[in-house]
Design a protein around this ligand. Structure first.
Ligand code: NAG
Ligand code: NAG
Length: 219
């Protein structure tokens, strides 16, 4: 005896198998059960995600698979060096000191973000903590002064210096030729562009002083 022989359905089924004929109520019952199961499955498939009915689910699935295939192609085609650079930092040098590390055993680069009008502060740094250690290079980093807007009455960049952008730039150029410690890129020098100045420091060290062990950013 089978363990489930008490089941009416099982007995009907087994007797049907033995005789080669299934009783009508049994057949109807089985077909009904299959239909019921199928409908229930359909309903539970449709109801939780209504968007399938409107077609947007289909669109979403299609978009997903397209995105996956595009990304897959991208991954396959691009090697690490070919990936597009999101922030290329495409600025040029206005003033530079490209040779300060050449031929020297430079261990540390001290990079100081500075504003052009801070002449006295730079003098103090050179005479004190910036100028004491051996195997160390001290550099000041700048953007450019935003040119005065000729349509507005703003003849001076910094009211306290009373100097035009051109005059400030001339002074910085002179300072660069005297001390050789000025790096200036052509982005606009402003507080909100300090991040660009940090990138400028990293870029400069990687280009002109790749053998150094430490970079100190200080101001
Ligand atoms: C730098 O090097 C010179 C020459 O080797 C040495 O006399 C001097 O003491 C060093 N200065 C520092 C701060 O280490
Ligand atoms: C930062 O520099 C860029 C490049 O010169 C300039 O377009 C932008 O206006 C600057 N942003 C600020 C806030 O000064």
């Amino acid at each position: 005896p089978l363990p489930f022989s008490h089941s009416l359905l099982t007995r009907r089924f087994l007797s049907g198998c033995a005789s080669g004929k299934f009783e009508k109520p049994f057949v109807v019952l089985v077909i009904g059960a299959v239909l019921f199961g199928y409908m229930t499955a359909r309903v539970s498939y449709l109801v939780p995600n209504k968007s399938r009915c409107t077609g947007s689910g289909l669109v979403e699935r299609r978009l997903r698979s397209e995105l996956a295939s595009v990304l897959g192609t991208y991954e396959r085609r691009m090697s690490d060096t070919q990936r597009p650079i999101v922030n290329p930092h495409a600025f040029d040098y206005v003033l530079n000191a490209p040779g300060v590390c050449k031929g020297n055993q430079v261990e540390t680069v001290i990079a100081v973000p500075s504003r052009i009008h801070s002449f006295e502060a730079r003098r103090a740094v050179r005479e004190t903590w910036g100028g004491v250690a051996n195997n160390t290079v001290l550099l000041f980093f700048f953007g450019i002064v935003q040119p005065a807007d000729s349509t507005k009455h703003t003849p001076y960049y910094e009211p306290e210096t009373k100097l035009t952008p051109e005059e400030l730039q001339t002074l910085l150029r002179k300072e660069s030729s005297v001390y050789g410690d000025i790096v200036q890129e052509n982005f606009i020098d402003s507080y909100r562009n300090l991040s660009l100045k940090s990138v400028a420091i990293v870029r400069w060290v990687s280009l002109y002083c790749p053998g150094s062990t430490f970079v100190i950013k200080a101001d």
